[in-house]
Structure formats: C-alpha cells, structure tokens
Design a protein around this ligand. Sequence first.
Ligand code: ADP
Ligand code: ZN
Ligand code: ZN
Length: 743
Amino acid sequence: MENKFADVIIDISHEKVDRPFQYRIPDEMKSELKVGMCVRFPFGNGNKMRMGYVVEIKDTPDYPEEKIKELSQIVTENLPMEARSIKLAGWMKHRYGGTMIQAMKTVLPVKQEMKPVMQKEVSLVVTQDVACDCLAQAQAKKQVGKVRLLEALLSGATVNYSMLTSKLSVSPQTIKSMEAQGILRVESFREYRNPIRFAEGRTEKKELTPQQQRIVEAFLRDYDEGNRKPALLHGVTGSGKTEIYMQLIEGMLMRGKQTIVLIPEIALTYQTVLRFYQRFGDVVSVMNSKLSAGEKYDQFLRAKEGKVKVMIGPRSALFTPFKELGLIVIDEEHEPVYKSDAMPRYHAREVATELARMTGACVFMGSATPSLESNYKAQTGEYRKYVLSERIGDAKLPEVELVDMAGELKSGNMTMFSRLLQEEMRKTFSRGEQMMLFLNRRGVAGFVSCKACGHVLKCPHCDVSLSEHKNRMICHYCGYEAPKVTKCPECGSKYIYGFRAGTEKIEEKVKEMFPTARVLRMDADTTRKKGDYETILAAFAAGEADVLIGTQMIVKGHDFKNVTLVGVLAADLSLYASDYRAGERTFQLLAQAVGRAGRGAKEGKAVIQTYQPEHYSLQHCIAQDYDSFYEEEMTYRRLMDYPPSHHMLALLLSGADEAETERCARFLAESIRRERIPVRVIGPAPASIGKINDRYRQVLYIKHTKEEELIRTKDVVERTMEGNEEAFKGVQIWFDFDPVQSY
Ligand code: ADP
Ligand code: ZN
Ligand code: ZN
C-alpha cells in the first residue's frame, strides 16, 4: 500500500486557513484513522500543535511529498464526525458562507466524549438455601453488615451497589470478600443519563378524524412509493396536527425508521414531550440547551445505537446521528427561531430538506399560520400541501373582537384595559373559567428616557438605548451595565425612567380590578430558574389560577381546555418593528394567541386591543382568514421584491474604524457590480444599529429571484476578500440569506 495522506480542516475559524491541509499518516495510525476523526498536527512555520478534523484520506499526495508533514496523534476524547455530517457541513458552507470549521462545529452538536455513568448491581450466585445458612452464621457472629447485605439479597433478585453502601451502610470490603467467597456477583453496566423522567403509562392512539386519516394515509402511501417532496400541513390551531405527527412517527417506526421532531425551544415544554413519551415510551428522547453535557452526550450515543427512535428538540436536533432517518417533522414551521443567528446562518427548513435529500428521508412541516416562504412553495408545487380546516370535536375557533384604543381614550378610559375586555373578564370569572392576557412586546425595548427633555440613555459602545432591569440598566447587545440613574444627565430632571407597560404592571392592574382573582405571571423575571416555566404552566393547567399573564412565551402550543378568553393588550407593538416581516409576524402572533381560547367544549372569545384597527394584519386576523392575509401580504412582497417573491442576501460588515468599514463595503459593492451578476445591489448603508460593541456596521442588500445568483455573489465576495487580504484586515463579514431580522 502507498503512503496514505489525510486532508484536515484546522480548528481555527479564519478565512486564511479555511481549506484542507494535507498530512502524511504515520504507519501506526494507518489502520485506525478514519475520515471524521479529530487529530493533532504541527502547523505553520513554527510547527505549533493544532487540532482539526480529517475530511478525506488519499493514497497519493497532492503536493511534493517532501513538503508534507506528518500527523502527530488521534484526539480520542473528541468525538469523530460522521461522513454524512461532513458532507452536510460542506453543503452549509457553500450555501450560507462562513468557514468550513464553523459549519462542521454546527453539525456536531456534541463534541467531547463524556465519562460514562456506571452503575453496579449485586446479586446472589448461590442458592437461597446456601444464602440462608450464611445469614444464620453471620447473625450468630453478630456481623451486622453481612446480615444486612444477605437480607437484602434474599429479598430481591438484584440490588443496587450504591444503595447497599449508602442506605444500608454495608462496607465495600464486606461485598468484596463475599464476592471472593463465591457467594455473590458484582456487575457493572452503563447507565444513560436520561433527561426525561416521566412515570410510565401509555396513552392509546386516538381514532383519527376522516380529515386526519386521509392526510396520514396519503403521506404514507406516497412515502412507500418513493415520493419525498416536502409536505406542508396547514391546520388551524387545535385541528389535530400533533396527532398527525404521531401517526406518521408510528408509520416510520413500523418501517424501521427514525424521526426528528423539531419544535421551537420555547414550546418544547414538559407537556409536549410528555405527549410523545406517553405515546411511544422511552424510544423518545429530547435535546435542548438546558441539558447537561453528559445528558447530551448520552442522548447522542443512544440515538447512534438506535435505542432512540424519536428525537425531539430545537433546530440543533437536526444533527442527531440517526442511521435510519425516515422523517423530519417541523412543528410551527413559521417560527423565526428556526433561523440560526450565528454563522453559518442556516434555516432549519432548508437544512432539513437537504439532509432529507441526502438520506432519503422526508420533511413534514406543520403550522396554523405557514410562513410566506412555505406557502409560496406549496403554491409553486415545490411542496405538497395538506389542510386541516376545523378544530377537533365540537371545539370552534373563538370569536374575535377588535377594540380601538384611541376610541377608548376619547371616551375617558385611561387604563390599558378596554371596557369590552373588562366586561369579558368579569363574565369569565363569574363562570369560573380561565383567561390568558398576552402582552405583545416584540420590537419594544424598555428604554429609559427623560420625561422632561426627552433625553434617551444610550450604551456608550453601541448605537442602542439601554433597557431598565430592576436596579440596573443593561445593553442587550454587548452586556454593558450601569446603575439606574435618578437624575437626567442632560437637564437634571428626576422624571427619568423606563417605558413601563410590562407584565408586572398588568398583574397589578388585574388584582386591583378583580381582588379575588388568582393571577400567574410568566415573563423573563418569573422564569429565571430551570423548571420555573413548567411549574407555572402546570399550575395554570391544574386550575390553580384564573389568569395567566405573559409575553410571547404563553402563546405557544399549550392546550388548556378551560381557557375561554384571550386578551391581547397592545397588539400593534410588533407592527412598529422596521422589518418587512412585521405584518407577517403580527398576524402569526395574534393568530396563535387567539388560538389559545376555546380549545375545549366551551366556546372561546378573543379581544384584541390596538391603535391601528384598520391594519390588514389585524383585519385578516379577526376574519381568521390565512389565505386572504397571504394574498395581501404577497402583493406587498412582490411589489417590493422581498422574499419569497425574490431572494435576498444581507451582507453585513463590521469594523472598529468607521471610514474603513464603509470603504470596504463600497469596494465589495463595486466588485459585485463588476462581475456582472444580474443581481440588484442596494447600499451600502449604515446598519439600523450603526454600532455594536464599538464596531461600526455597514449593510448591503442583494436581491434576485434565483438563489443561485445570490450564492454566486457570496462566492465573489469571498474571493474578493481573499484577493485583498490587506485591505480587509480590520473588517468582519457575515452573510445572511433571506434574513428574518433587519439590520
Ligand atoms: P394542534 O397540534 O393542531 O394544535 P392537537 O394535535 O394538539 O392540535 O389536537 C388538539 C386537541 O385535540 C388535543 O387535545 C388532542 O389530544 C385532541 N385530538 C387530536 N386529534 C384527535 C382525534 N382524532 N380524536 C380525538 N381527539 C383528538
Ligand atoms: Zn432631561
Ligand atoms: Zn452595548
């Protein structure tokens, strides 16, 4: 055999070293080394030791052999990457930009091998009679430890080792000597750290409604015939989408296939996981950011070994190392959290589609308010579409009423509760039913301003206002903190404080209006500790409170049967966000909020308070008519060449020197124009937040109907930067395709 060579990607995220480097594989490593392994090697002129991953193994070198250095070592404590993950990472780098190592780290959610948790069990190897004789002897000799040990072993087949040594205070020496005498046996086994701790107990599957049944049958029939076109399920809130996911998962289990279920982290609650667990038992597992490293690692292993067949988690659960992936479910597919906000800025929907293509799996997305993108693809035939138009059973969609808050003010009502909402709250209390009050705070910072001169307190490092938190003021962009001011630095007035319309204020007000009401509040302050979120929801579900007040957090996917009223305070705050998706976001949020009411046998009602009652997002929401909202929103997107009618690439530059950053941005815009790619280049312009962390930000927007042209543009930008290293030394650059935020 020839000398073998390994191409490695070095674990440094810098454009300069963002390519494979070739090394010779030493003889003793040849049989062991595989693609995907982490290795150590000398790098650069100084031969400094570096780590990286093997992406290819070759028989012949690509360079003169004498120039090729040798690998030093395999790093066994880092997990190897699967060949499939490397391919997916390559695709992500190509599709979204950034370095290969960034992409590789993204697809490898668990990096380090963790020590296994071992458990030991003790059991008898002699007959009961022999053990009884031993016990009698020990009792005679008053050997208390031995007595307890034998009693325990005689009462059960196996006994946990640590239980013996801790609870029963049997000394390890006693166990050891009896093992040596051949009376008992100690066995070790690996215990998997399991993040799910539920009581056993299965729920039977529900008999599907004819509508549900048709969808499940059609999907599985298509699946068996090899149709892998992504599917979109548009089902109103409470129409039984989750039930469909579960039937599809069952179909996959019957075919020996595994399923990834993506859920926005915020909706990934005890309730949701419990529902899956009770249906499928411990082949279900979960991945989320709250798991310890050990728990994550063990889930990863169990998935790889095929012990887990259904993995539920946020977007990173896509990278579960299943060998027999059959289905990827994306619940609430319209949620912006499916877009990553770190390089590579991937969208889970797109990566899921690529992963499915690579593995022969299929993507199934569901939403009550599909993203414009997905609905557009369903219309152009790129996706299949299924519709569930009615709620399960007798449950009806709630009646929605809009209240013009400007009108309230005119008629002398100065509170944040309209007369209609107050009246509905009173009725709901008197019927003993529950209600949810939702404060839409998206796009509103709790900025601190002087009520006398209008001065706004800003972060000294960023171009944003500071937010008030208890006794401090915080910058959400860089973490800068300062004590709260009591006097305006501009005019000396003491009337300087934050914009207060928080959940706390609403709670106070509710208690004032209805002194006997039992109120729960869910916001950043009441959900600091792990488990707080679940505790509040469980208490509300158990009927321990009449009112649940909260922000976005409370509108996601919960199924409270006794909630008959939903109040939306300040529905329009999200409309002020300077973002082309503001209308879509508002419609989605309101539809979700409204959908919380009337999920049981009783009819529900929703009251939406707003200062813009004529806005089309709100009007379509009262009508609960997604399709007409979609048409109107699409007209606007087409007119403005916004996604999904066009694709858009945001190119973000940041640098410590303002003029330098601007010059670089101009230079890039020029080079794109020079290449004559038929894209439209807008800008550069300072980003809407012009400075973060003392770095100035410039943004360029590039539009075209075809994604490939934008990818070409990205490649041009990367080449330009490589060719002009010196000029771009001080700037950083990001690509964001079809951004879900504005810059
Ligand atoms: P969605 O995910 O669309 O909000 P769910 O799947 O949570 O809807 O269903 C809403 C409620 O209806 C749940 O309580 C669920 O258990 C129940 N449900 C769903 N499908 C059926 C069915 N075929 N028969 C009876 N109850 C059902
Ligand atoms: Zn002032
Ligand atoms: Zn700051």
